[in-house]
Ligand binder design. Structure first.
Ligand code: GTP
Ligand code: MG
Length: 299
């Protein structure tokens, strides 16, 4: 069952929420301590202050004089999470060929790993994949991508270390066309000396892809590391403002109690969450499904 994988991945977040809820209500319903504890719990889950306040209002109204208070509280939290997350459920639809995906995100969030997982999944679906090593800043980055290429049976387009990321992206899109590939995925660097430079470089990669193939990139996928909490929200807002991202992937949900950050991102950024990453393995990638996610968090 799908829930098993995602449930395991989200164990930390779930335990944090469930443990807290249980402990709070063992003290008795709607006491001031319970309400305070609930608020603290929601803030710590990183769902954001605004959503926390909304939920607290709903909770205060509902919990007055109610019998099964923990169940009521859980229901209210679940509904609020679903309200925020359901609109973000929009799996990627591959509707042109080659479908060009540009993967962006700050240093170390899991871009290259995500690309490996994606390539693996597309290959399993019988699709032909070409990957471009536009993170040219380090030789190790190119090697890491080549490794994923070998593992997944995907062609990797690369230039030498330090070369122009845009040129690699251009060649990748052209190679995908020439080989009749279904998918082209561009890996980009997350590190540069200043943020301004990084964004300018990424804008150029985006532009150049459009020159290689009109309409490309079809997806600009921002990768966000869930363990970074509120900082993730800032990243999403910045990348969206600069590049116009079309989708997000949230990684490392297996290693954090901060799964609630998706709720905050949902409210404030409003871009579809395509995938979630719940581990380092090639299969630890799931489509984002709001119900499934909330169920795994609150079951
Ligand atoms: N636990 C866990 N680890 C992950 C996940 N995704 C990636 N990682 C790990 O995070 C680390 C960084 O991953 P990379 O894919 O190299 O990240 P990147 O964004 O390409 O990094 P740069 O190229 O340096 O910007 C690696 O050790 C990955 O194994 C995930 O979903 N869960
Ligand atoms: Mg990388």
């Amino acid at each position: 069952m799908l829930l098993k994988g995602i449930g395991k991945g989200l164990a930390k977040t779930r335990e944090a929420l469930r443990g807290r809820l249980g402990a709070l209500f063992s003290r008795g319903k709607d006491s001031p301590e319970t309400m305070e504890g609930l608020e603290e719990m929601l803030i710590e889950a990183d769902i954001g202050v605004e959503t926390t306040m909304e939920i607290m209002e709903r909770l205060e109204r509902a919990l007055k004089g109610h019998e099964n208070t923990m169940e009521v509280a859980r229901g209210i939290i679940r509904d609020a999470f679903l309200d925020a997350l359901k609109p973000l459920e929009a799996p990627l639809s591959i509707d042109s060929r080659p479908y060009c995906i540009m993967v962006v995100g700050v240093n170390g969030v899991g871009k290259t790993t995500l690309i490996g997982k994606l390539a693996h999944r597309f290959r399993k679906e019988g699709l032909k994949v070409v990957i471009g090593a536009s993170d040219t800043f380090r030789a190790a980055a190119i090697e890491q991508l080549e490794e994923w290429g070998k593992r997944t049976g995907s062609e990797v387009v690369k230039h030498e270390e330090g070369s122009d990321p845009g040129a690699v992206a251009f060649d990748t899109v052209k190679a995908a066309q020439a080989r009749g590939a279904d998918i082209a995925i561009i890996d980009t660097g997350g590190r540069l000396h200043t943020k301004v430079n990084l964004m300018e470089e990424l804008k150029k990669v985006k532009r150049v892809m459009g020159k290689a193939l009109s309409g490309a990139p079809h997806e600009i996928l921002l990768v966000i590391d869930a363990t970074t909490g509120q900082n993730a929200l800032q990243q999403a807002l910045t990348f969206h403002r600069e590049l116009g991202i079309t989708g997000m992937a949230i990684t490392k949900l297996d290693g954090t109690a901060k799964g609630g950050i998706l709720v905050a991102i949902g409210k404030e950024v409003g871009i579809p969450i395509r995938y979630i990453g719940v581990g380092e393995g090639v299969d630890d990638l799931m489509d984002f499904r709001a119900e499934e996610f909330v169920e795994a968090l609150l079951s």
